[in-house]
Design a protein around this ligand. Structure first.
Ligand code: TYD
Length: 143
């Protein structure tokens, strides 16, 4: 189990099983994932120039993986922005709870896989940017 600080975004390196038949990567609860996996969703067929995300979560943590192509994940802790360009199927970006995110610059045919720590619950979303900034100001910076 990954035991690093769960409050700070970071890139997790996932196993790569190299094989003449092609590569294989996996993420298993209790091993590569720093949370119990509850749900997976994936974003694909994103038209050029479109942006996804635009929210944070009260509780949920996510691991975001570019399983195909590339895209950028822009993270905001209420104080500063950090951008991660993801383009490796063996790297996952851990997004802690309480971090605003937008995703953009999707390459054609890219696929964004998201592994989550919680079942879907709209009440866990903060979709209002001003509300997020207010919550973040009370909490303080994460990065
Ligand atoms: P949304 O979270 O707004 O997508 P993004 O992360 O790009 O902002 O989700 C879009 C819609 O899909 C929204 O109506 C909620 C719904 N949805 C589910 O029903 N289940 C899920 O697991 C997810 C991630 C979204």
């Amino acid at each position: 189990m990954e035991t690093g600080n769960l409050a700070v975004p970071r890139i997790l390196q996932l196993p790569r099983i190299h094989d003449p038949r092609g590569n294989l990567t996996f993420a298993q609860g209790g091993a590569q994932l720093p949370f119990d996996l509850k749900r997976a969703y994936w974003i694909y067929d994103v038209p050029a120039g479109e942006e996804r995300g635009g929210h944070s979560h009260h509780e949920q943590m996510e691991l975001v993986i570019a399983v195909g192509g590339s895209f950028s994940v822009n993270l905001f802790d209420g104080f500063s922005w950090k951008t991660y360009m993801l383009n490796k199927p063996f790297e996952g970006l851990l997004i802690p709870s309480g971090v605003w995110r937008t995703l953009d610059d999707f390459s054609s045919g890219s696929v964004c896989l998201v592994l989550t720590s919680n079942y879907f619950d709209e009440a866990d979303y903060v979709r209002d940017f001003d509300e997020f900034r207010h919550l973040a100001l009370e909490r303080g910076p994460l990065f």
